[in-house]
Design a protein around this ligand. Sequence first.
Ligand code: FAD
Length: 428
Amino acid sequence: MKYEENLIMLRQQGPLAIAAALVLFIILHLGFPPEAHGPRTTGTTMLGGIAFLLMTSSVVLSARMEVFEDLFGGLDRMYQVHRVAGTFAAIFALVHFFGVPKELPESVDPVANALVPSAPLGMLGLIFLVIGLFVALNRKIRYSRWRPTHKVMAVVYVLIIGHFMTAPGIFFDRFSASGILLMLAAILGTASLIYSLFGMNRRTAIPFTIEAVNALERATEVVLKPVGDMIDFKPGQFAFVEVQGKGWSEPHPFTISSSPGEDRLRFTMKVLGDWTRKVREELQPGRDVMVRGPYGRFDAAGAIGRKQVWLAGGIGLTPFLSKLRAMQPGDDRQIHLVYAAREEQDAIFLDELKARASELRNITLIPLFSDEGNFARVDKMKENLPDPLGTYEYFMCGPKPMIDGLMKDLKKEGVSRGNIHTEAFEFR
Ligand SMILES: Cc1cc2nc3c(=O)[nH]c(=O)nc-3n(C[C@H](O)[C@H](O)[C@H](O)COP(=O)(O)OP(=O)(O)OC[C@H]3O[C@@H](n4cnc5c(N)ncnc54)[C@H](O)[C@@H]3O)c2cc1C
């Protein structure tokens, strides 16, 4: 069978581009330091510069630009890099703050220096950064509260630009080679901030109306009818769902569980918190919904290997549902679909999966129910897969502890990281 879709896999180019920018900055900073700067000033301003470049990467990634999805392997990966870059930016900024020389050279008038806002701007930026980071990494704060609070990071970014742009020459030379690089980064970061703060980062909204809300075991299937054109997506992609009307607050991301060939759009939503509970209990047919997307690069059709294991944990079945629904007879991949759930009753769409597996013949369904002692672990995979684990390409979606554990164990079994693809169902 000929695959229409492009080869889209977990991409390393994005993280490598960030690393290259950091290396370039370090080379410029150490290679062309202003003569007046001592080694301590050069070293600590370098750490400050690295912190700013990491912060810029984080800001640019939060702008959700489509071009970066290919470079980073999807929006969920972009948010992971966003979080890691933000955390390291704070660490470098703290080291910069404590390390930078506080005493002024004799030639500098302390009164004149105190009039320059660099130090208070830096201090304020650092305080907000530490608070912002605490909030950003605190999973106990509800997402609906967390999101607006996280926006304080935009203020931090502007304060830090103010900090280095007004820094006295004795500490930082704006027009040195590395200083110019930071200014270019500031322009890029500010443009990205404006782009996302004014909502330009949201992909065009496509209008739908709700046709049906079907209650499943601990989940809800929402069926949407397009008002005009259908959204153009690939199996495995997700979109932001915005229910219109008072009380529905922010958009939520969900994988599209229908196939691209259907004239309806379907989402399967596990009841997890306030919003998903409201969907199940209050959402009625006829209501307007905006769908923004598609996003994501969890695309098994573009994989190199013909022998694939699709591993779904609970609601992590949704990307595979779309792929299965879209699959045509005669597909030459050999796919083992491992579907892990707590108990058989919990395994939504199990009958449909069984029917598809017998229809398509290249699909082998392996249900694992933990109440029967069958956990999604490497020993169970060995038991159920006909060939050695290292001969398959893996696509996994499910609870983070399950995916992390499996990833570690598969690597121990000799499966290369490049043959394991995962989809994260969270952004923070
Ligand atoms: C790429 C992606 C695909 C997903 N696909 C599915 C799917 O097919 N089926 C499914 O059941 N779930 C899916 N999810 C998870 C789903 O988005 C959350 O379970 C849902 O938003 C929870 O909302 P809540 O208010 O009911 O729960 P809460 O208890 O408020 O939130 C639970 C967690 O969901 C996340 N979350 C909540 N609100 C948002 C938001 N507005 N934007 C982003 N994340 C949020 C946060 O990590 C939060 O900690 C997906 C998530 C992502 C990122």
